[in-house]
Write a protein that binds this ligand. Structure first.
Ligand SMILES: CC(C)(COP(=O)(O)OP(=O)(O)OC[C@H]1O[C@@H](n2cnc3c(N)ncnc32)[C@H](O)[C@@H]1OP(=O)(O)O)[C@@H](O)C(=O)NCCC(=O)NCCS
Length: 166
């Protein structure tokens, strides 16, 4: 039987330290996939998580109260910024990342914003977002060594207009 996934939208400042502990673990597990390019990247911790999500709302998907996917959203002048999208590595390609994006779209609508904006690297999640219809707005070549990268990489911002409401 498939266990139901629940969705919780919560201001980051309203999370408990217990809840953040699980989210920090989720983020570190998901972003561990980037280690081939950024082997020295520090794992996040409660302080960094709170700094990175300051003023943002969290989208948390949970199964039996354990978070399996998350992202944060923050309105910006040119759209709703979607950051830190993380899916439990044990549950890949089951639509959880897409479900986070769908929630972000609903939030953007509520804020009257027509665009979702995010940033990533060409070598990391850009193909995933391209698959979801995002296109590159800005592109910045980053040399090997920047942010501890083991190879040259490209920092991109990407955006996509909201799809029409069904
Ligand atoms: C990227 C990530 C969020 C994807 O989440 P996911 O739940 O595995 O992806 P989904 O199940 O929603 O994928 C939906 C679709 O995207 C496709 N897809 C998944 N990963 C992909 C990839 N790396 N490149 C291209 N397409 C991809 C799937 O095949 C699927 O296609 P379909 O709908 O046509 O069948 C997840 O792998 C992750 O947490 N990665 C590490 C952290 C990260 O890079 N986050 C993004 C930061 S901007």
């Amino acid at each position: 039987m498939t266990r139901a996934v629940t969705v919780r939208i919560v201001p980051a400042s309203h999370t408990s330290s217990d809840e953040r502990r699980d989210l920090v673990a989720l983020v570190n597990a998901a972003f561990g996939a980037h280690r081939w390019l950024f082997p020295d990247a520090e794992a996040t911790d409660d302080r960094r998580f709170m700094e990175d999500t300051a003023g943002a709302e969290l989208i948390v998907l949970a199964r039996e109260r354990r978070p399996v996917a998350m992202g944060f959203v923050r309105p910006e002048h040119d759209g709703l910024y979607l950051g830190m999208v993380a899916v439990l590595p044990a549950a890949p390609r089951r639509g959880l990342g897409t479900a986070v994006l769908r929630e972000a779209e609903q939030i953007a609508r509520r804020h009257g914003l027509g665009t979702i904006v995010l940033s990533t690297a060409t070598e990391l999640a850009a193909p995933y977002w391209t698959h979801h219809g995002f296109s590159i707005v800005t592109e910045r070549a980053m040399p090997r060594g920047s942010s501890g990268a083991t190879a040259d990489w490209t920092l991109v911002t990407m955006h996509r207009a909201l799809p029409p409401e069904k």
